[in-house]
Design a protein. Sequence first.
Length: 220
Amino acid sequence: MEIQNNVLKHYLRNCYFINGTAFAGKSTMCKMLAEKYDMIHCEENYNMDTILSVVNQEQQPNLNYFNSKIDWQEYVNRTPDEYEKWYNGVSKEVTDFEIAELIKLSADKKVIVDTNIPCDVLKEISDYNHVAIMLSPQSMAVEEFFNRADEEKQLLLSEIAKSENSEKTLQNFKDCIARINSQKYYDMFADSGFFTVVRDNTETDTRAEMLEIISKHFGL
């Protein structure tokens, strides 16, 4: 069964999406927009418990990795090639789940989504003024990746610390993060045709300014 894109766009008309590279401010901006405009906030990896209860190895092998992996040590010690292939696979596989969930959530209220839905799909199911891309340089995405207190990042740090050679494992995982935030992906986002903003330093607090810019773009 295939649902036509014009149908999906209609039912996702209350959804606003932010995508981009790591440490560009996506999570912060989604939270601030949700609070200011009373929107439903779909954080990164939202609804994952339900997703993992549905996936199977044949149809969603990359998402199912969370069910089939040996342990978190395996996860943090994968090569950059393996990590990049898996990450891109997850982005594609999670799209079906995300769209289905958002149709339900956004029926009567605006929703802001910290999303990994690929840009080519967003072009088909959403409008220009409902999507914003936030970018940061690769060096910032890598070096600042763990400089936040969210549960997922702290879990990964704790697992890296347990490794036989924690310094080697940390560098390997940073290489994985560098791969999926490389210039290739930066350029892909920048050339997507969507509205784009760039975070180029961590010393200046630009949250209020960025909130105003993206709010205006979204027409909120």
